[in-house]
Design a protein around this ligand. Structure first.
Ligand code: PLP
Length: 460
């Protein structure tokens, strides 16, 4: 695996309206801070790129040395409304000055206003919500709700069908729903009531428009049946709106068939829209691309666009089933500062029609990416995504196999040139700028990406 250097490197200086690179990269201040932090921060090994975050405004991230990047990450798909959004800041400051910084689950005005706004902008089936801090708590709660629902039929109706490798968070339930063998081995056991479908990669149709994705769903279900699954034991399905690492959407017919099957089988469909929700994909909720009606909706990340906030929503009679019961809040659920941030954020998204913005700017993004793909057809195997979430998948020109090393080198080069991409450690880079990014900055970022690919291709 290619290791991006954390030692300062001499790189060409850059100064444009949206980018400044004036020191070695990684910068001296990154290097110093990294040395201090690495003594104590156990998670530092997971840092994707060696950039010190000092300030972030709209679609720019700056360090302490005066370097400035165009941000194509939105932190990690959080700041849909722009970094340091003024209206979100105003909401937080108002709450700070009250002051009311914590209130456990007691009623507050700000939580009431936030929930009213949330229920107002979400689809009809979202009648009530539980609030949490992390996305993983919301997906974990989905698991409990689905099981409680299954119990209203019969004791064994506990099965949840999810997708191999799906990202639902880092808690144990989320790990079971993902089913990554190494993680399960470490945990020491599996949840016997979770069955995993393979993710239907769109290129598995080998380019044939006639490929029957509905039939494919049933074939995959038949495999689970052979593994011992009784369909009548399925309490629900858990569906991430797209495959995270590659922003790869499911074939629409596959998900529609899944929803049809679930309805007929009286199983719930829970949507994990934690990454795709709140306008990112050109629709307010990413699952809307599939034209289905789910039962549960998990939101996080872009819900507050800043402070920790996640939620699960659904019909009152489902989310309030006995058995979901005692485990539906944690210490920081509905924290007043997070509620203030999320309230201001939702109002901003609605007022500025950010889903439409993402759709329009998405055309520019995908127009640019498709041109790059044509130019580097030997290097790029796939472009995926919707709106302002995209991924570029790289391959080895000789073998055609996924090329994670080339991808890391492109990320590193882009960083040295003032463009901040999501580095996935595999053959994909992900692109997710704040939806408020100026069009000129978006176009400049696409150009920097193209230059980075050209340079690394040339050096190879
Ligand atoms: C689709 C999806 N679900 C759940 C999560 C977990 O959210 P959190 O990291 O806030 O727990 C993530 C995080 O990346 C995600 O992408």
């Amino acid at each position: 695996m290619y290791k991006i250097s954390f030692k300062p490197q001499k790189v060409p200086q850059i100064r444009t309206k949206y980018r400044t690179i004036k020191t070695q990269i990684p910068s001296p201040s990154f290097h110093n801070l990294y040395r201090r932090l690495s003594k104590y921060d156990a998670a530092l090994k997971d840092v994707q790129l060696p950039i010190l975050w000092d300030k972030a405004e709209n679609s720019s991230v700056s360090d302490k040395d005066g370097n400035r990047w165009i941000d194509f990450t939105s932190s990690i798909f959080v700041t849909n409304s722009g970094h340091g959004n003024k209206e979100i800041k105003r909401g937080i400051i108002g709450q700070l000055n009250k002051p009311l910084l914590h209130s456990y689950i007691y009623p507050t005005e700000v939580k009431t206003e936030f929930l009213e706004e949330l229920i107002n902008i979400t689809p009809d089936f979202c009648e009530k919500a539980y609030l949490f801090s992390a996305g993983t708590e919301a997906t974990e709660c989905a698991l409990r709700i689905i099981r409680a629902y299954g119990q209203t039929f019969k004791k064994q109706r506990k099965v949840i069908v999810s997708f191999q490798g799906a990202m639902h968070g880092v808690t144990l339930g989320a790990e079971f729903l993902r089913g990554k063998p190494a993680a399960l081995e470490n945990i020491g056991y599996k949840d016997p009531y979770i069955y995993l479908l393979p993710f239907p990669l769109p290129w598995e149709n080998h380019g044939s428009k006639k490929y029957d994705w509905s039939a494919r769903f049933h074939q995959d279900m038949a495999v689970l049946k052979k593994q011992g699954l009784n369909f009548k034991d399925i309490a629900g399905f858990m569906v991430e709106t797209f495959r995270g690492w590659g922003a790869i959407f499911y074939p629409k017919a596959y998900i529609q068939e899944l929803a049809k099957f679930a309805r007929k089988n009286k199983s719930l469909v829970a949507i994990d829209d934690i990454q795709g929700g709140l306008g990112r994909t050109g629709k307010l909720f990413a699952y809307e691309h599939y034209s289905i009606k789910p039962d549960l909706l998990c939101l996080g990340k872009g819900l507050s666009g800043s402070l920790p906030m996640s939620a699960i929503l659904g019909r009152a009679k489902i989310v309030e089933l006995p058995g979901v019961g005692d485990n539906t809040h944690s210490t920081h659920s509905g924290n007043p500062l997070s509620c203030a941030a999320a309230l201001a954020n939702l109002r901003y998204i609605r007022k500025h029609k950010l889903a439409d913005t993402a759709r329009i700017k998405g055309r520019i993004l995908f127009g640019g990416l498709n041109k790059i793909k044509k130019k580097f057809s030997k290097r790029i195997s796939y472009i995926s995504g919707n709106g302002l979430i995209a991924a570029v998948l790289f391959k080895d020109p000789e073998t055609g196999k996924p090329d994670a090393e080339f991808t890391s080198r492109v990320c590193e080069r882009a960083m040295q040139k003032g463009l901040f991409l999501v580095h996935t450690w595999r053959e994909s880079i992900k692109i997710a700028p704040p939806l408020t990014i100026p069009v000129v900055a978006l176009k400049e970022g696409i150009k920097v990406l193209e230059e980075s690919i050209a340079e690394i291709d040339h050096e190879n």
